[in-house]
Ligand binder design. Structure first.
Ligand SMILES: N[C@H](CCC[C@H](N)C(=O)O)C(=O)O
Length: 284
């Protein structure tokens, strides 16, 4: 029987099992299967997935994220805030600002500390990728996919595509409570127009700097929050002329609020909490 120690953390209820690979050793070929195992609420620990905190040759730490279906994602906003908290509190870094490597590039995190404890984290998520082939999405080559007709199950929707290193399809609705998250979410996630699958976001505009947000995540289904999705939602809202560039926008997710700014220099800044739930030993 093999074991490893883990820390369960969440960002606005988007919870993952974090494993510190500076201390633990896991076999690459079992990672996908292990993500499914630890995520199972009946026979595992229960989570939206698994996140590995790894050594890196280009940053103090590297984050790898696996959804609860075992698929590996390329970025995770809530995960980055929790990795930043863990790295600072476990002295993997000494400064309050540091880089984190992800599969979609290097981001810059800044931890906000009260009496030695990280309470909030700001991550510069970098620039969104907007070209159709960067989302990626099939169809005529285009620099942006903004308010494009998207017919699914005989419903005519309007989609805006944004990649934050991972793919997002954003749909604006009049009433977030009525959004078809669990009906159309899983259908759109696997639609052939998205060759790598897609995270599906539904957004209700409250004002020029406030949104309501719900998500069906690729590989995990409904989650309480999606950090990269919230970033994609703010970018999509600006592209559709619904919110203002370079203004801090409050995104109300099921698990709480994130504060996102798409700055004039193109970077997307995300600020929000990161919390430890528990630590333990996993047997497998
Ligand atoms: N399901 C996502 C990864 C997790 C992203 C989300 N939990 C976040 O906080 O950004 C994907 O497959 O691209």
């Amino acid at each position: 029987m093999k074991t490893f120690t883990f820390t369960k953390m969440h960002g606005l209820g988007n919870n993952y099992i974090y494993i510190n690979l500076f201390e633990e050793k896991l076999e690459e070929k079992y990672l996908s299967e292990l993500a499914i195992k630890v995520s199972n609420v009946n026979t595992g620990i229960g989570s939206d997935g698994m996140i590995l905190i790894c050594p890196s040759s280009v940053a103090p730490v590297k984050m790898r994220i696996f959804n609860n279906d075992g698929s590996e994602g390329k970025n995770c906003g809530n995960g980055l805030r929790c990795v930043a908290k863990y790295a600072y509190e476990h002295k993997l870094v000494k400064d309050k600002q540091f880089k984190i490597e992800t599969l979609s590039g290097i981001v810059e995190a800044e931890v906000h500390v009260e009496e030695g404890i990280v309470t909030n984290v700001t991550v510069n998520m970098g620039k969104p990728r907007l070209a159709r082939n960067e989302i990626p999405m099939t169809g005529e080559e285009a620099d942006q996919v903004v308010a494009e007709e998207f017919i699914v199950q005989a419903e005519s929707l309007s989609v805006t595509g944004v990649s934050m290193g991972n793919p997002h399809a954003v749909f604006f609705v009049d009433n977030i409570e009525m959004a078809p998250v669990t009906t159309l979410g899983p259908v759109i996630e696997k639609d052939v127009r998205f060759p790598e699958g897609i995270n599906v976001e539904f957004v209700e505009i409250v004002s020029r700097n406030e949104l309501h947000f719900r998500v069906w995540e690729r590989g995990s289904g409904v989650t309480q929050a999606c950090g990269t999705g919230a970033c994609a939602a703010v970018v999509a809202a600006v592209l559709n002329g619904r919110t203002d560039r370079n203004k801090k926008t409050t995104v109300h997710l099921a698990g709480g609020d994130l504060f996102i700014t798409w700055t004039d220099n193109g970077d997307v800044l995300m600020t929000g909490p990161a919390e430890i739930i528990c630590e333990g030993m996993f047997y497998y």
